[in-house]
Write a protein that binds this ligand. Structure first.
Ligand SMILES: [Mg+2]
Length: 266
């Protein structure tokens, strides 16, 4: 393998980190699964790497520094697995649900939307139930079909069947992630989530990191002064890339030490 060895940060990313470390107000917005937490089969068992906690806490303790999590999980699920302080801003359901400190703003789904979700679920449930290992997760404005425990060919067939069954639904958001297909009657992306964080915290620069297809929406709304990092090998519009969650934690540690004592970047 070529490139920086474990623990090192490549020179271009290091330069970008040094740049954003010096702004007055910095927003560090991070995806959770696959970004801070290694991927696991059971979503409820996902936890951030042990090394991540102290680094995130250290960043949050610095002046003018906000650390937020931006996830496709429901807010409740994200809060459960992230195990972060209640004052950490959380964006759930790709921007549909926001928690800024104590103030929560879950999406009020109206009766018509709820009925539509229920009807859709009645149609899709038999297809999912017929495939061993596939399961449905309820979401605020829809649901997600998980196929992580389904063998590749059968998973592809199920996802294609679900898409075909919903092909003529109007104004239905169908979003593919890693081993998951989501159906939502109200649309939001991680770009919307990041925009909400910007409105709330008015940062001078944003660092965003994520591993999945849906993180591209957040990366797409970054400006020239921001830093976008892709975790893993998937295609991306991000300017920077790291191999895995452990490498991202190294980058965040570098950000912390640089922001703590500018000019002494190691
Ligand atoms: Mg992820």
């Amino acid at each position: 393998m070529t490139g920086p060895s474990a623990g090192e940060v490549d020179p271009e990313l290091r330069a970008a980190i040094t740049r954003v470390a010096g702004v007055d107000r910095l927003l560090v917005a991070l995806d959770f699964d696959g970004t801070l937490a290694p991927e696991v089969d059971d979503p409820e068992a996902a936890r951030a790497l042990p090394a991540a906690g102290p680094v995130l806490a250290g960043l949050r303790a610095l002046p003018g520094t906000t650390v937020a999590l931006v996830s496709g999980r429901s807010l409740a699920s994200l809060a459960r697995v992230a195990e972060v302080d209640a004052s950490v801003p959380l964006i759930g359901s790709h921007g549909l649900e926001l928690r800024f400190g104590q103030g929560e703003s879950p999406v009020p789904v109206d009766a018509a939307e709820a009925a539509r979700v229920a009807a859709l679920r009645v149609r899709l449930e038999p297809l999912v139930a017929a495939v061993e290992g596939a399961w449905i997760e309820e979401k605020p404005a829809g649901f997600a079909v998980h196929v992580r425990r389904v063998e590749g060919e059968r998973a592809s067939r199920l996802l294609a069947a679900l898409r075909a069954e919903t092909a003529d639904e109007r104004d239905l958001t169908v979003r593919a992630g890693k081993n998951v297909l989501e159906f939502a009657v109200r649309d939001a992306t991680k770009g919307d989530g990041l925009a909400a964080l910007r409105r709330r915290f008015a940062p001078d620069a944003v660092l965003f990191a994520g591993d999945d297809v849906t993180d591209e929406d957040a990366l797409a709304v970054l400006g020239p002064g921001d830093v976008g990092i892709k975790v893993g090998a998937a295609p991306t519009i991000a300017a920077h890339r790291v191999a895995d969650p452990a490498s991202l934690v190294n980058v965040l540690r570098l950000l912390m030490s640089t922001r703590e004592s500018p000019g002494s970047s190691r």
